[in-house]
Design a protein around this ligand. Structure first.
Ligand code: RM4
Ligand code: MN
Ligand code: MN
Length: 410
């Protein structure tokens, strides 16, 4: 296998001038795994649970550690409160250190009612007409920040399901104002070295209006909040055919892009494996990311928040995550290959044909051996997925955890 890898790598590397710089960037790149992606997701019609799922936060972290050991690119976990409340900080922190994991952005949850909760979020949280509900939601977010501070996280992601299902149900202006004021209170509780990410979503669970529906609305909030507030793009949260790469370019230009939730979809917020449906779009997004980050001399690996946000019904979650990370690495590598000088020349000459050739030349380069080379150099497997299957990892986990263990999450 190693000889075969070497043959493929030497072949592709021979045609690339800056191959070592590209490999360095691939080695540095890491994408966070959300704690809710480690169990099988479901739909509103049902959930077909997997087997050997992690039953608690420790096991979830062990799962991410396992992924990271295989691909060396999954060195962070993103926690959702209250699905994963850390009970013993020192233990959790030392386990993270042992597994080589960092704590990525913390996620709050005011889109579900919890058993112990006093007031309901049925009609929204930050936007709610009742001050008491808003207060409860704000306090929850402040609580999440506290958990994050204890763990060493540096960001809070706020995704609100607030909105309305029927025309007339909501006064848009008042809903916006209430949401802004609530966000301002949370913002005031942020430590000085923290960021807040305002995530948007076009529809679902509210189907007439969402109070943070698109990047325009998110950016309005972020701009009004201040320089610690950013817009977070989740690939599945757009209306069909939205030009996401253009959104990314402009947010980056404004210094307001928080980062990404990666997934893929055919229809809406399908949360499917990254790169499984529209790999060219993924490449075009990475192309804008690389171009835009370089224009601002940003560090690709650390200046934005990279996270997978996928959770679905059919695959083994760990295999799925390995595929998602691989898809991201491939698109990132292809974007690093783009000849920017030539692309710029083509653009200056209005040469649409040449511009397309340049982009597609990179997209059609088989960079898998380059990604594998970066992985091997940092101690990972040539083929993480193959190794996962060969080692019968899931079978092992079922033995340890049983076939009935259910992960908390969606
Ligand atoms: C939402 C959104 C959030 C995620 C939840 C689970 O659709 O994408 O980022 O935390 O799902
Ligand atoms: Mn998301
Ligand atoms: Mn989503």
């Amino acid at each position: 296998m190693l000889a075969e890898h070497k043959r493929k790598f030497d072949f592709v590397a021979a045609g690339i001038n800056n191959i070592e710089a590209i490999i360095r960037k691939l080695i540095d790149f890491n994408v966070a795994v959300p704690s809710w992606a480690l169990g099988t997701g479901g739909t509103r019609f049902g959930r077909f649970s997997g087997v050997g799922e992690p039953g608690n936060l420790t096991e979830k972290m062990e799962d991410v550690g396992l992924l990271h050991a295989l691909n060396r690119s999954s060195g962070a976990i993103s926690l959702h409160i209250p699905w994963d409340i850390p009970e013993n900080y020192p233990d959790i922190k030392s386990l993270a250190a042992q597994l080589g994991l960092k704590f990525d952005a913390m996620n709050s949850n005011t889109f579900q009612d919890q058993k112990s909760q006093e007031l309901s979020y049925k009609f929204g949280s930050f936007q709610h007409v009742s001050k008491a509900v808003r207060k409860q939601a704000i306090e929850h977010n402040v609580e999440v920040i506290k958990h994050g501070m204890a763990l060493g996280s540096k960001a809070l992601t706020v995704w609100l399901s607030d909105g309305s299902c029927f025309p007339g149900q909501l006064n848009f202006r008042k809903a916006f104002q209430n949401t802004l004021e609530s966000l301002q209170e949370v913002y005031a509780a942020l430590p000085s070295d923290w960021k807040i990410f305002v995530e948007y979503k076009s529809y679902e669970p509210n189907f007439y209006s969402m109070t943070v529906a698109d990047w325009g609305q998110s950016l309005l909030y972020a701009n009004k909040l201040g320089n610690k507030a950013y817009t977070l793009v989740d690939l599945g949260h757009h209306l069909p055919n939205a030009n996401i790469e253009q959104i990314v370019a402009l947010l980056l230009m404004e210094g307001k892009l928080a980062g990404f939730h990666f997934n893929d979809s055919k229809y809406g917020d399908d949360d499917l494996t990254v790169g499984s449906i529209k790999p060219y779009q993924l490449f075009l997004i990475f192309n804008e990311l690389v171009e835009g980050m370089d224009a601002r001399s940003m560090d690709h690996a650390n200046d934005l928040g990279w996270m997978i946000d996928a959770s679905h019904n059919v695959k083994d979650p760990l295999e799925d995550l390995l595929q998602s990370v691989e898809a991201m690495m491939i698109s990132y590598a292809q974007a690093l290959l783009v000849d920017r000088t030539k692309l710029n020349e083509a653009q200056q000459k209005n040469d649409a044909v040449a511009a397309q050739e340049i982009l597609q030349n990179s997209f059609r380069t088989d960079v898998r051996a380059i990604v594998a080379e970066a992985r091997v150099r940092s101690g990972g497997a040539i083929s993480p997925l193959q190794l996962f299957r060969q080692m019968k990892t899931r079978e092992q986990l079922i033995k340890e955890r049983g076939s009935k263990a259910l992960a908390t999450g969606l």
